[in-house]
Design a protein around this ligand. Structure first.
Ligand code: SF4
Length: 319
């Protein structure tokens, strides 16, 4: 007899199941759109050099990046997803860099264009950004699409500790994330936060406390959980090559998630349990497995440890 996992049932609220339920079993895929944005943590308005784990290659100025147009990117992305995965519905995902870092009228033209392509098969718009690049006007713009599409706003939380955020040159405090969460609190947007586990100076207890912090905000609907990985082209990459430091092994990371996920509020949907850079960019940790193999390893590890999301969630810890 198989385990629940063999029948696709994971011990946590996972995004695949969420999408299946929400869109009547249709095959929904995210199509990545690069709007040619840069980032205030690179161009000097907030900082220079960017977050130390971030790959500078993705910050080449728009003109020299020679991006295909939004239309070309989306049409090609949809075509690939249909051919390779029999995709039926799409979420347009503005992912690279800071996708609200431009005047609102410009953002509107870009989002409008993206959502006009094969529009009857688009179910959602997803926009990744920094908490300090969000204001009421941008929230209102994103909300204006919510009568036709599900709109999610993804913000980097990374760590809940300002010391860490300073050490990684984030150029943004945890209070700024909290402020952005408050701004969007009563909006129609689905809010997602992105975390990174494994900064070498953070202890396990410090990282487990991220769950308590996330749980405090009922407006957080999605999380993306990542382990720290070191990529070529990043400041951390240079430092790591000079002086390697401890990073998560896959087994250790699985064990960590097995303690973290039970503490997480049960209604939160986990979009990702790890991050994986392209192997030609990845310096460490190299777990030597394909993405699907890592996912299976983690899921089996969670199942065998009976690490059920929310089983140790304590509303009384909320302040
Ligand atoms: S991680 Fe995000 S905020 Fe940091 S430099 Fe890269 S794009 Fe900018």
């Amino acid at each position: 007899m198989g385990t629940p996992l063999d029948y696709g049932q994971k011990p946590y609220n996972h995004y695949g199941a969420y999408l299946r339920d929400k869109y009547d079993g249709k095959r929904v895929f995210k199509i990545i759109a690069d709007g040619g944005f840069t980032c205030p943590n690179r161009d000097g308005s907030k900082g220079y050099g960017g977050c130390t784990y971030c790959n500078v290659d993705s910050f080449t100025p728009e003109l020299s990046r020679k991006l295909p147009t939004i239309r070309e990117q989306i049409e090609q992305g949809m075509e690939r997803a249909i051919k390779s995965y029999a995709a039926e519905k799409f979420i347009i995902y503005f992912q690279p860099n800071t996708n609200t870092y431009a005047p609102t009228h410009y953002l509107k033209s870009l989002y409008d264009e993206a959502l006009s392509i094969n529009t009857e098969n688009i179910v959602g718009l997803s926009v990744g950004t920094r908490p300090d690049c969000i204001d009421f006007e941008k929230i209102a713009l994103l909300e204006s699409y919510s009568d036709r599409f599900d709109v999610d706003l993804e913000m980097g939380m990374e760590s809940i500790y300002n010391d860490t955020l300073a050490q990684i040159n984030r150029g943004c405090t945890h209070e700024e994330l909290v402020q952005a969460l408050e701004l969007a609190k009563n909006s129609k947007l689905d809010l997602c936060v992105h975390t990174i586990f494994g900064f070498p100076w953070e202890t396990k207890e410090m990282m487990l406390a991220y769950a308590d912090e996330i749980n405090r905000f009922p407006q957080i609907k999605f999380v993306k959980l990542h382990h720290l990985h070191i990529v070529e082209g990043s400041i951390m990459g240079v430092k790591y090559k000079r002086e390697p430091f401890k990073l998560f092994e896959l087994e250790e990371y699985t064990q960590f998630l097995a303690e973290f996920i039970p503490r997480l509020r049960p209604d939160i949907v986990i979009q990702r349990t790890f991050g994986l850079a392209d192997y030609d960019l990845l310096i460490a940790p190299n777990w030597g497995l394909k993405k699907s193999e890592i996912q299976l390893y983690i899921d089996k590890g969670l199942e065998s440890r009976v690490a059920i999301q929310g089983s140790q969630y304590q509303p009384s810890l909320l302040v």
